[in-house]
Ligand binder design. Structure first.
Ligand code: 5AD
Ligand code: SF4
Length: 482
């Protein structure tokens, strides 16, 4: 767990320390002094609204930044307008960027009525020079701009902004050190994500992630295990090990250690009940990992294995480094060792040059693998990626029509699989009260499927045996065995 005593021990009397994380502790305390003054000047709490777009990595980064801001003295609220508004951005598809510009337009008017309001933009979209330039030119009311590599510096950046009273932009092209020992705040007390690595070296030809998240770096296994041990002592029962490609974990470490070994180590941590991980690249999924998944009782019965396309020709152009046959063969090896495993996937429709035959290959894989569920994406051209310069971009109407056909197929299979488990009694981790019907509590099966059961708030964070009574397509209605 984070040791606040270490933070309190840092003196704010002199200059800021040169080493991390003490330097950030210094700025957190400096900002706290300022915030305390503000709160008494205003006679009310200072509020913050943190809005996170994109993947689990961003969600995790937001948890870290929330903890820093809470220490400083901000109180989180649900609404979109606050004294400190931060957008942790995504740029994997173009519509994520468009969303940010829409929201900035909305905030501009609010800032007129609250000139003390601070607006911060961070995350993947800020790693793109064109976007930062556009913000500098056309959105002068944004106070803080930083990227993915320096989120740990939030307090220092905020301090600089407060005392200079001008916009602060700090985006690093390359990551520097991995800074450990900063506070974290969990959205749920009983489950959280844990970064095991950062960045990506794969350069799939459509993907902007390697350009905005930098090269692959793994955390030391003992740092990861220690963090999870602390979390388990603090009541966490489920963790999600996070990385763009967890199957290549450890390749950058001085002392060799791979993902299968890490899973086995994490599985030994007492108090922990469930282990998930995200994301696996099929090209790096080892036999050792399949063995480890079979041996480790806490590892959930779920594997997210992005396919992207079922056509070997398109996979080659995507630089995925496997063929349709390799993928199917891998799935059959996984299913032999782990017969009950739920497989989910990501699929892109309309990659440049995708013909009807190529698309038919994707449908064929979907029918053969029978995914429990799949995230389907319309190909989005990202400037600077090799695919953006490829010929034969597929017309929108064709893509849309294929996308609808794919979705229908996936939904059909998904509801058949959901139906087939009705009647089973399975362990469920309860997560929250159902927003639509307050008599119901919502939880997740080991395979990540959602179930709603009549029950009390005290179930939250507990694992109970639940009989799946009814399937509603993508989720279940269940009953807790008393
Ligand atoms: N267009 C559409 N989908 C994309 N993804 C990544 N880049 C793009 C893009 N340019 C999808 C992939 C990846 C998921 C996180 O986002 O399917 O697995
Ligand atoms: Fe993007 Fe491919 Fe890396 Fe995933 S593995 S983040 S799709 S480049």
């Amino acid at each position: 767990m984070f040791d606040y005593k270490r933070l309190e021990a840092v003196s704010v009397a002199g200059e800021a320390p040169a080493t991390e994380p003490e330097r950030q502790y210094y700025f957190m305390k400096k900002c706290k002094e300022w915030a305390t003054g503000e709160i008494s000047r205003l006679g009310r709490p200072l509020t913050m609204s943190i809005q996170t777009l994109g993947c689990q990595m961003n969600a995790k980064d937001s948890e870290k930044m929330t903890a820093i801001l809470e220490y400083i003295g901000y109180t989180e609220i649900d609404g979109p307008v606050a004294d400190f508004v931060m957008y942790n951005t995504c740029t994997v598809r173009e519509n994520a960027n468009l969303k940010i510009y829409g929201r900035l337009g909305y905030l501009k008017n609010h800032k007129k009525s609250n000139p003390d309001m601070k607006i911060a933009l961070c995350g993947c979209m800020m790693q793109e020079a064109d976007e930062v330039q556009r913000i500098q030119k056309s959105y002068p009311f944004v106070d803080l701009v930083f990227g993915t590599h320096n989120i740990y510096k939030l307090a220092e950046l905020l301090y600089t902004q407060i005392w200079s009273n001008r916009r602060v932009t700090d985006v690093w092209e390359e990551p520097k050190e991995i800074v450990e020992d900063l506070p974290g705040k969990r959205k749920y007390p009983f489950k959280t994500g844990v970064n095991i690595m950062f960045g990506c070296n794969n350069f799939c030809s459509y993907c902007i992630v390697p350009y905005v998240r930098g090269r692959e770096r793994s955390r030391e296994p003992q740092d990861i295990v220690e963090e999870i041990r602390g979390l388990a002592e603090d009541g966490v029962v489920e963790i999600m090990l996070l990385g763009q490609n967890v199957n290549s974990y450890g390749k950058t470490l001085k002392n060799p250690f791979d993902f299968a070994q890490l899973l086995r180590k994490v599985n030994e941590i007492s108090g922990l009940r469930r282990i998930r991980f995200m994301t696996s690249h099929p090209k790096d999924l080892s036999e050792d990992l399949i063995e480890a998944m079979a041996d480790c009782d806490k590892v959930c019965s779920h594997l997210h294995l992005p396919l992207q396309s079922g056509s070997s020709k398109i996979l080659e152009k995507m630089n995925r480094k496997y063929t349709k046959e390799d993928y199917l063969e891998l799935v059959s090896r996984i299913r032999k060792k782990l017969p009950d495993i739920s497989l989910t996937t990501d699929i892109i429709v309309g990659f440049p040059g995708e013909s009807e035959e190529d698309f038919a290959e994707t449908l064929d894989v979907v029918r053969k693998v029978r995914y429990d569920s799949a995230y389907t994406f319309i190909y989005s051209k990202r400037m600077g990626t090799p695919a953006a310069a490829m010929e034969n971009q597929v017309p929108n109407e064709v893509v849309k029509e294929r996308f609808d056909r794919l979705l229908k197929e996936i939904q059909q299979i998904s509801s058949e699989i959901t139906d087939s488990r009705v009647g089973q009694t399975v362990p469920v981790l309860f997560e929250e009260r159902n927003l639509q019907d307050s008599k119901l509590m919502t939880g997740r099966l080991s395979n990540n499927a959602v179930v709603h059961c009549p029950g009390e708030e005290s179930l939250i964070g507990q694992i109970k045996q639940v009989t799946l009574r009814e399937s509603r397509g993508f989720y279940y209605m269940g009953e807790i065995l008393s």
